[in-house]
Design a protein around this ligand. Structure first.
Ligand SMILES: Nc1ncnc2c1ncn2[C@@H]1O[C@H](COP(=O)(O)OP(=O)(O)OP(=O)(O)O)[C@@H](O)[C@H]1O
Ligand SMILES: [Mg+2]
Length: 372
């Protein structure tokens, strides 16, 4: 079943990217010198770097600390909407543009914070896609490092998958889950194959998938992203970063990063979407704490596939759709990175899954008794 479904999409990958710019390895790994100097140095440094790397129009705007302070009512606790490893996130409103914004205020001034701030500004100024977060601008007044995004009214996928009871939200319906997975896959496909320069995202996880009012997903947090290898290069070697559980095993072991590392992380997120379980959850029984280990024996027996569907769906999902979604997940989670699909194949598979065409396809296993 898994093989049959997957084979439909296992077409030869066409190299859509022509004339990829040849970035030197040293540029891939560092954006040096940002922490030095005064405000005007910092501002011109960012603009110079963007100009050096980018060929397109730069859309991000410079905000002053006063403007952002006014927009967030002086970074008031009432405006706090989240907190991550790099600081607090506040909801704000820009009155003269009548726009809601999310303001991410870095609270560390160390090298790491600076570097990730700069990578985020650089990359999001160059990359534009409907499934990537919109960076409206940034502020680097004094010691401040602040990122300004378009506000995403439905927050993060993490809230809707794992925290819905706490937040008094409703569990996500099956179709919305597949819509989110498809959009996230399209975002990654864009980064890997269409973006100029191509990028490995490195930090795909449920909390970094933000949702707009129509449940369209946007990937956020590009501070860990790397320029992808081009030409003869197959990988880049870099410090292992990312979030435990989402990291591809070969990258965690060797530091060799490829686009297939993102494909693995996508498999993890898709399995979280299907099961409603966190990849690592220390609160449950020991055999259920690691999602991948818990799912491994279930993947081997199709009669147990239904045990992987999120119980909060209460059976409201097409059995065939569940099988196909799990087939995609299993392919992405393969230990051997070379056997994982590329993101364009994942996107095609998910588009097929949502198109309704799959209803006409035979299952190929001679047993459709449990399928709708
Ligand atoms: N543009 C946005 N619109 C609405 N809410 C947002 C936006 N950006 C971030 N948030 C909220 O802020 C929370 C924290 O985001 P943040 O990226 O700082 O941390 P994280 O993703 O949870 O962890 P990490 O630091 O490891 O990335 C998100 O989970 C989300 O709820
Ligand atoms: Mg995040």
């Amino acid at each position: 079943m898994m093989g049959c479904f997957w084979c439909c999409f296992n077409q030869k990958r066409t190299n859509r990217k022509k004339g990829i710019r040849d970035f030197k390895e040293s540029r891939q790994d560092s954006f040096p010198g940002f922490s030095r100097g005064n405000d005007s140095f910092r501002r011109s440094y960012i603009r110079d770097e963007i100009a050096k790397y980018g060929k397109r129009e730069i859309s991000s705007q410079y905000f002053t600390y006063e403007e952002l302070s006014a927009a967030t009512k002086n970074f008031s606790y009432n405006n706090l909407i989240g907190e991550g490893g790099f600081g607090r996130v506040y909801k704000g409103h820009i009155a003269n543009k009548n726009t809601d914004i999310a303001v991410k205020k870095l609270d560390r001034n160390g090298y790491q914070g600076n570097r990730e701030f700069l990578v985020e500004v650089l990359l999001l100024s160059l990359l534009h896609h409907t499934n990537l977060v919109n960076l409206l601008g940034y502020c680097s007044d004094g010691e401040q490092r602040i990122l300004v995004y378009k506000y995403m009214p439905n927050g993060s996928l993490e809230d809707h998958l794992f925290n819905w009871r706490v937040g008094e939200l409703k569990p996500l319906e099956w179709d919305i889950r597949i819509k989110i997975a498809t959009g996230a896959a399209r975002g990654l496909e864009y980064l890997h194959n269409k973006a100029d320069p191509p990028v490995i995202y490195r930090d795909l996880k449920a909390s970094n998938i933000l949702l707009d009012e129509e449940w369209n997903p946007r990937l956020s947090d590009f501070g860990l992203a790397k320029l992808a290898p081009t030409g003869e290069q197959t990988h880049i070697t870099t410090k292992v970063m990312g979030t435990y559980g989402y990291c591809a095993p070969e990258y965690a072991l060797t530091g060799r990063l490829t686009r297939k590392s993102d494909v693995y992380s996508f498999g993890v997120v898709f399995l979280e979407i299907i099961t409603g379980r966190r990849v690592i959850d220390c609160s449950g029984p020991s055999e259920e704490q690691n999602l991948i280990a818990w799912a491994a024996p279930l993947f081997k027996d199709r009669r147990k596939f239904h045990l992987m569907a999120d119980s909060s769906l209460e059976g409201r999902y097409p059995m065939k759709g569940l099988y196909q979604a799990l087939a995609v997940t299993a392919m992405c989670l393969q230990e051997d990175a070379t056997k994982r699909p590329v993101m364009s194949q994942v996107v095609s598979a998910l588009e097929y899954l949502t198109s309704g065409q799959n209803e006409e396809q035979p299952t190929g296993d001679g047993d459709s008794s449990s399928e709708e």
